[in-house]
Design a protein around this ligand. Structure first.
Ligand code: UD1
Ligand code: UDP
Length: 371
């Protein structure tokens, strides 16, 4: 059976790694699955792409479409055109798509029009905010996919409400697999804490890249002001900066200076990131993946968005959604600092209950074989 796995953006490289391992183990005795990896080229800086293939032993992409950056229509359109050509020449039996990026929706559209069955990993997520490009991508991808692999009970319930229950299968969360598999490895291999002179539980990790925060000058300004104020109040902050955010800050706030305790660094690899998250006192982020990883690694999270799809992290007591209001952000930081001074937080039981035991890749591959 020939699978086409379509990836293109950083979180998708992390999500495909456990799937590649599950396929390799399935193929141990005889080759049942021929997994063809297609990299759309949506992310292309070495620190946003190659580093993950190297670190996570992901086989080199069989096809690299080199699409690069662009406006949504141009980028998605070019992917669609190139994916269609490739699907016509390579004739896959099934297309596997991951998450909610433009690479996801392009893969779904190309396959659906050619009547190729589609498996959507991380189906059913909803923020109920259609201004998010990811929300549009998810809704389209879910409605034209054949197998909806849902990571959480909430995702299952969202799909049911859209009359998609028949195509839905609970898989657990593939990023939980990735964290469980790599966190020991990260401890052994990553020297990031030493390199950045960080003491455990004595700093905050920050990531920002979401369009609603980077493309809205007022929101971005509020975030930057909050970060500087938190740093000036004495908490060390480490901020591996997404290229989108770096470019926007240079363009919109050329005179802005980070405070001495706000350390802006280039994007890091996954193992370094696991170390940074696992040992942070608190995380401030608008990333989907980070909200889950903080929960898996017992790091209190503050989500700089107005809503979240990952409601289990909030219900499980690990995540406070503040939006970008400075007072609310600082209040949440103070809450977590005070709480963790008195007790260690532990979200692991809640994490397994909501996101599975870290065996989603095997469940997904079995579901694909059954299909
Ligand atoms: C994309 C996804 C988002 C996901 C994020 C993960 C969409 C619509 N968005 O957002 O859901 O959370 O990836 O990180 O698919 N750039 C570089 N180098 C790179 C990649 C990007 O400089 O290797 C810059 C370019 O200026 C580009 C901008 O970042 O225009 C945005 O990149 P893009 O892939 O369009 O969106 P992301 O914000 O990365
Ligand atoms: N990540 C990383 N290095 C970084 C920032 C993030 O390895 O410098 C990882 C992070 O640990 C998570 C994934 O990238 O596994 C999340 O990707 P991102 O925040 O770009 O996208 P999202 O999850 O919001 O779609």
């Amino acid at each position: 059976m020939k699978l086409f796995s379509i990836v293109g953006a950083r979180p998708q490289f992390i999500k495909i790694a456990p799937i590649c391992r599950a396929i390799a183990s399935q193929n141990e005795d005889s080759q049942v699955l021929d997994d063809v990896i297609i990299h759309t080229g949506q992310h292309y800086d070495p620190s946003m792409s190659d580093i993950f293939f190297d670190e996570l032993n992901i086989p080199k992409a069989d096809f690299h479409l080199g699409v690069g950056s662009g406006a949504h229509g141009a980028q998605t359109g070019l992917m669609l055109q190139k994916l269609e050509e490739l699907m016509l020449s390579q004739k896959p039996d099934m297309v596997v798509i991951y998450g909610d990026t433009n690479s996801t929706v392009a893969g779904a559209l190309a396959a659906a029009k050619l009547h190729i069955p589609i498996a959507h990993i991380e189906a059913g997520l909803r923020s109920f905010n259609r201004k998010m490009p990811e929300e549009v991508n998810r809704i389209v991808a879910d409605h034209i996919s054949d197998m909806l692999l849902a990571p959480t009970p909430t995702a299952i319930s969202n799909l049911k409400k859209e009359n998609l229950a028949e195509r839905t299968i609970y898989s657990g969360d593939i990023m939980h697999d990735a964290v469980i598999y790599n966190c020991k490895l990260a401890e052994e291999k990553s020297s990031i804490l030493k390199d950045l002179s960080l003491a455990k539980k004595d700093y905050a990790i920050v990531t920002i890249h979401r369009a609603e925060n980077t493309d809205d000058t007022e929101r971005l300004e509020s975030i930057l002001t909050s970060l500087n104020e938190i740093a000036e109040d004495g908490l060390q902050l480490v901020f591996p900066i997404h290229p989108r955010t770096k470019k926007t800050i240079s363009a919109q706030f050329p005179d802005w200076k980070p405070s001495a305790k706000l350390n802006m660094i280039e994007p890091v690899g996954y193992l370094d990131m696991l170390q940074l998250v696992g040992n942070a006192r608190v995380a401030l982020t608008d990333s989907g993946g980070l909200q889950k990883e903080t929960f898996f690694l017992n790091c209190p999270c503050i989500t700089l968005r107005d809503e979240t799809e990952w409601v289990e992290t909030v219900d499980g007591g690990g995540n406070i959604v503040t939006g970008v209001n400075k007072d609310k952000i600082i209040e949440a930081v103070t809450y977590w600092i005070n709480k963790t001074e008195k007790e260690d937080v532990d979200f692991t039981a809640q994490a397994s209950k909501a996101f599975g035991e870290g065996n989603s890749a095997d469940r997904i591959i079995q579901a694909i074989l059954d299909y």
